[in-house]
Design a protein around this ligand. Structure first.
Ligand SMILES: Nc1ncnc2c1ncn2[C@@H]1O[C@H](COP(=O)(O)OP(=O)(O)OP(=O)(O)O)[C@@H](O)[C@H]1O
Ligand SMILES: [Mg+2]
Length: 274
């Protein structure tokens, strides 16, 4: 179990869930949900038991990006997650479909996050990937204070504004003692489909540099590729596409390695009895 700091609430394990991976960023729109979706599907296609919890309660994009649009069943007080591409799923978008926004304050957010963590029948999972909303606010704190997060992935683009906010996110995770699995540089470069020239649309290399400066791992570069966006908008994650999914599969492999290292440092997220 992740050790508790003095004065912190106890971080209760989630029965059956071996590793919790939070995907966050300081800035919005840098590709957190894209990374979380392709990571969860990538882990499942590598043979791991994977789940994806959409903690972006106000702006849930997981249903669209996973191509799922149905209502989960509840048995007693347990919610059954949906299943798509071998990944167990829970999102506010399943409970509040359509375009009407939720107008909720902090305590409601806290209780829905707890419901998603503990009221959902996740079953046995090697990895539960959590897609965080942008920034360093209520949802992040609610999760971090109550769940034994094995480690966090920080997504950034190579641009200075995104990197500045990524550093804030890293500081936040450090402050609350959540290990950083690493930084991912998304939209790292574009290969022109006409001339095959490489274009660094948002600059390049800042993710790796920031990782070195802040002494965290660098998990890799993901290309800016129109097919990634198409995969998101059509609910067909690019990681499943032959010939195009490799950068995301590589991220899944790398994340699995880093999670094992982080779990060794902090202990497993569940008590193992044999
Ligand atoms: N590598 C990429 N190449 C092309 N398009 C991408 C890439 N990564 C993300 N996108 C697109 O950029 C948009 C924003 O991505 P996404 O929703 O994953 O970001 P986010 O960080 O989760 O945003 P928010 O902060 O609003 O939750 C989406 O349309 C997505 O398809
Ligand atoms: Mg998102």
């Amino acid at each position: 179990m992740t050790p508790n700091q003095p004065g912190q609430m106890p971080k209760m394990p989630i029965p059956g869930v071996k590793n919790l991976i939070a995907v966050g960023s300081g800035k919005g729109g840098v590709g957190k949900t894209t990374v979380a979706v392709n990571l969860a599907v990538g882990l499942a296609s590598l043979g791991y038991k994977a789940g994806l919890m959409d903690a972006d309660v106000y702006g849930p994009n997981v249903p669209l990006m996973m191509g799922v649009n149905s209502t989960p069943m509840a048995y007693g007080d347990r919610i059954q997650p949906l299943d798509q591409f071998g990944v167990k799923l829970m999102s506010m978008g399943f409970l509040n479909p359509g375009d009407k926004p939720l107008v909720w304050r902090g305590p409601m957010l806290h209780s829905v996050i707890q419901q998603f963590l503990r009221g959902v029948d996740w079953g046995e999972l090697d990895y539960l990937v959590i897609d965080l909303p942008p920034g360093t606010g209520d949802v992040q704190l609610s999760l971090i204070q109550t769940a034994p997060i094995t480690g966090a992935i920080v997504v950034t683009t190579p641009s200075d504004v995104s990197l500045e906010d990524a550093r804030k996110a890293i500081h936040m995770f450090h402050q609350v003692k959540v290990p950083i699995l690493g930084i991912v540089e998304n939209m790292s470069f574009l290969v022109c489909p006409h001339c095959a020239e490489r274009i660094d649309v948002f600059s390049h290399g800042g993710g790796r540099r920031t990782a070195e400066q802040m002494q965290v791992h660098f998990l890799g570069e993901l290309p800016l590729d129109p097919q990634v966006r198409v995969g998101g908008d059509t609910g067909k994650p690019i990681v499943l596409r032959e010939g195009q999914g490799e950068p995301f599969l590589e991220l899944a492999r790398h994340t699995a390695e880093r999670t094992a290292e982080a779990a060794q440092e902090t202990g497993p997220a569940i008590e193992i009895s044999d």
